[in-house]
Design a protein around this ligand. Structure first.
Ligand SMILES: Cc1ncc(COP(=O)(O)O)c(C=O)c1O
Length: 394
């Protein structure tokens, strides 16, 4: 027993299982084993050179002091402009706050708006912090199911059944981690109508919004004017601009909604990192050709992986429309997600994430990230085929 015990609010906030998997893979690599990493949640590309250069320039120019808690005005204006241009949203620059990544945006939104005993509807399967951060505030995450047989779209009847007098908010994530699915207009309208009827806050995590394939138009929650008074949009630079390690993102919402999160951010971060904001401004202001090329390459990998996975014994998947994940149904293999992943990393040297990490709807699934080279993906598929052919009857 530790002499000093942690606060009760930390008891339901375990470290991400994905970090454990990465650590296990690291130990195997240290012992000389080759591992192909399909568990990762970040682009395999480095940040485009012109963004890196702009950061160096900002440092040389002495952009190293505290800045405004909400971020530098030029970047706030560029973010509002981007959302207005792409999605017909109507945000002013002072309805934008720069954050230390989307994850911090989720933290601020939940801590500024959830009371102990409140309930928040979160997608299952969904990104881990949607389950843990409400717990830290004393609120309860209530899972709404995204089912494969419904293309991982939102079902109005199921959602309605989960609403209680304690329900205070609903969280959306599109494109989805871990499903790669993109919510259609119908799913968003269901949420907008329900949120209005029950007076709910809507938090929309759109961190993969720029990674949508097949020429499809992305449907942002910001494109629904009826949502605006109750909507917090979260987005950032980590994925599309391959800037995961820079820790920068943003939120858009009406001024009155922003105010408590701004105050919380003042006590949490003081202000976002100043010189990184100038690099982020360059990312938005200059030609995004490297990011567009990256997305095109991911589409090619998605096409290959979807077809390859569906040819593996016992495995099947939908063709996802966005992000860089495939949620693979492994129920026909007779293995649990943990067993499947353990066998794959030990016998095939392929590291993946068991689906239950993303909620109980993921029990029969594993998440594959195709943010890896085409050569590695092809090799991974053949190594997996070797293991599965010996264990699973076709
Ligand atoms: C759905 C989702 N939201 C948020 C994040 C975190 O984004 P950021 O790096 O901007 O904090 C991730 C990272 O994997 C994610 O998958």
């Amino acid at each position: 027993m530790a002499l000093i015990s942690q606060a009760h609010r930390m008891e339901n906030a375990p470290l991400s299982r994905i970090r454990e998997i990465i650590a296990y893979a690291g130990r195997l690599e240290q012992s000389g084993k080759r591992i192909i990493h399909l568990e990762i949640g970040e682009p395999d590309a480095d940040t485009p050179a012109h963004i890196v250069e702009s950061c160096k320039k900002a440092l040389d120019e002495g952009k190293v002091h505290y800045g405004p808690v909400t971020g530098i005005p030029e970047l706030r204006a560029a973010v509002a402009d981007r959302y207005n241009r792409l999605y017909g949203a109507g945000y002013d620059a002072d309805e934008v706050m720069i954050t230390a990544g989307v994850e911090q945006g989720v933290f601020l939104a939940m801590n500024a708006y959830l009371n102990p005993g409140d309930e928040i509807l979160v997608p299952d399967p969904g990104y881990l912090c949607y389950f843990t951060l409400p717990n830290i505030t004393g609120a309860t995450p209530v899972s709404y199911a995204l089912e494969e047989r419904r293309d991982f779209q939102i079902d109005a009847e199921n959602l309605e059944k989960l609403v209680t007098p304690k329900t205070r908010a609903i969280l959306l994530n599109s494109p989805s981690n871990p499903c790669g699915s993109v919510l259609d207009g119908q799913s968003l309208r269901i949420v907008a109508e329900m949120a209005r009827r029950h007076n709910l806050l809507v938090i929309s995590d759109e961190v993969y919004a720029d990674m949508v394939y097949g020429g499809k138009q992305y449907c942002s929650a910001a494109s629904l004017p009826e949502l605006k008074e109750r909507l917090i949009v979260l987005h950032g630079f980590s994925k599309y601009f391959a800037m995961t390690g820079w820790r920068i993102g943003y939120m858009l919402c009406e001024r009155s909604l922003l105010d408590p999160m701004m105050r919380l951010n003042f006590y949490n971060l003081s202000c976002p990192c100043t010189f990184i904001q100038y690099a982020a401004l360059t990312a938005l202001a200059e030609d995004d050709a490297p990011s567009r090329a990256m997305v095109k390459e991911y589409e090619r990998r998605r096409d290959y992986m979807t077809q390859a996975i569906n040819s593996l014994p016992g495995c099947s998947c939908l063709r996802p429309d966005g992000a860089f994940y495939i949620f693979v149904n492994i129920s026909e293999t007779g293995m649990s997600g943990d067993e499947f992943c353990k066998i794959m990393i030990d016998e095939a040297g392929v590291s993946m994430t068991p689906g239950h990490v993303f909620g109980s709807m993921g029990n029969d699934f594993v998440r594959v990230s195709y943010a890896n080279s085409m050569d590695n993906l092809k090799l991974a598929v053949e190594l997996m085929r070797g293991v599965l052919s010996a264990r699973v009857s076709a």
